[in-house]
Write a protein that binds this ligand. Structure first.
Ligand SMILES: Nc1ncnc2c1ncn2[C@@H]1O[C@H](COP(=O)(O)OP(=O)(O)O)[C@@H](O)[C@H]1O
Ligand SMILES: [Mg+2]
Length: 280
């Protein structure tokens, strides 16, 4: 699929997507890992950029030792310098990671006019060797998330089906619009992904309906169910796709669907001009 898309559009990567949310604990890292596993299993060369100082995604990808991190990359910010920091993940060949560390917190402040472009510039040329690039964001809409959004074509907003889902999605989409106008005209919303769903509970069903009423098709049809196998696979530092349990299969199937819709959205982006009136 990747080869076909590339030959059609002459673009690499085929998909670059930031995974964002206002809050922590809603499943940004889980989503990044789930999508990375789905892409990797399909044989797509995948790069995960960890832009959260908590470095949970880096830990789950188990890259072993590394010398440089996204903190060093943002501090340097020369074209292509991210190549020095990218390492192979512990999951295997074809899934690489630009690791994070706590010191990345120090890069969360603006450093002047092109501050939000630091990640994009440092990834120049580096992303060309991948089919899929996923950027895991910190739980805020500040400078690090701005860097993520300036470097990708799509942004996926993750939420839980809770009381905060609606205002959280609204703020995330608002941030996306601002970065689109200021730093990345090609940026588009990939959608709102509902994670940890238990649709059989009336509260979750209500929140899901509320989100769909507000955002329509922007809310992805696929929701990711809450399953303990998610935590088990992350604790074992393996993709959910290789965890053998019915719950893991359900979650892996959900990420297959989400990856399909992201790839569709990404390739549609390349051909459909923006009207300026549609949703970001
Ligand atoms: N669908 C899910 N089912 C079960 N546990 C989940 C699910 N999604 C996330 N979790 C767990 O919730 C916690 C927070 O998720 P995480 O992806 O780290 O959130 P964030 O990156 O937004 O802070 C983690 O322990 C993770 O394993
Ligand atoms: Mg996280």
């Amino acid at each position: 699929m990747a080869t076909k898309d590339r030959s059609q559009h002459g673009q690499r990567p085929v998909l670059s997507c930031a995974v964002m949310a206002l809050k922590g604990g809603v499943g940004k890292s889980t989503t990044t890992l789930g999508l990375a596993g789905a892409a990797w299993e399909r044989g797509l060369r995948t790069l995960v950029v960890d832009l959260d100082p908590q470095a949970n995604t880096t830990a789950a990808l188990d890259p072993g030792s590394f010398r440089y991190t996204s903190s060093d990359v943002l501090a340097d910010a020369r074209p292509g310098v991210a190549a020095d920091a990218v390492v192979q993940s512990g999951w295997g060949v074809g899934l690489d990671v630009l690791p994070s560390e706590r010191a990345l917190e120090h890069r969360a402040v603006s450093v002047g006019q092109d501050s939000a472009q630091r990640l994009r510039v440092s990834l120049t040329g580096v992303v060309d060797t991948y089919d899929v690039v996923l950027v895991d964001c910190p739980p805020s809409l500040g400078e690090l998330t701005r860097n993520a959004l300036a470097a990708v074509q799509l942004a996926l907003v993750v939420t839980e089906p809770s009381f905060f889902a609606l205002p959280g999605a609204e703020q995330a989409l608002g941030a996306l619009s601002i970065v689109r106008a200021e730093a990345n005209l090609a940026l588009r919303a990939a959608g709102i992904l509902v994670n940890r769903a238990r649709p059989q509970t009336s509260e979750h069903a209500f929140r899901l309906a509320e989100l769909r009423a507000a955002y329509g098709d922007l809310v992805l049809a696929t929701v990711v169910p809450e399953r303990t196998s998610v935590q088990q696979a992350q604790g074992a530092c393996v993709p959910i796709q290789t965890w053998r349990s019915p719950g893991a299969r359900e979650v892996a199937d959900a990420y297959e669907d989400v990856l399909d819709s992201l790839l569709l959205r990404a390739t549609t982006n390349l051909t459909a001009p923006l009207t300026g009136t549609e949703h970001p």
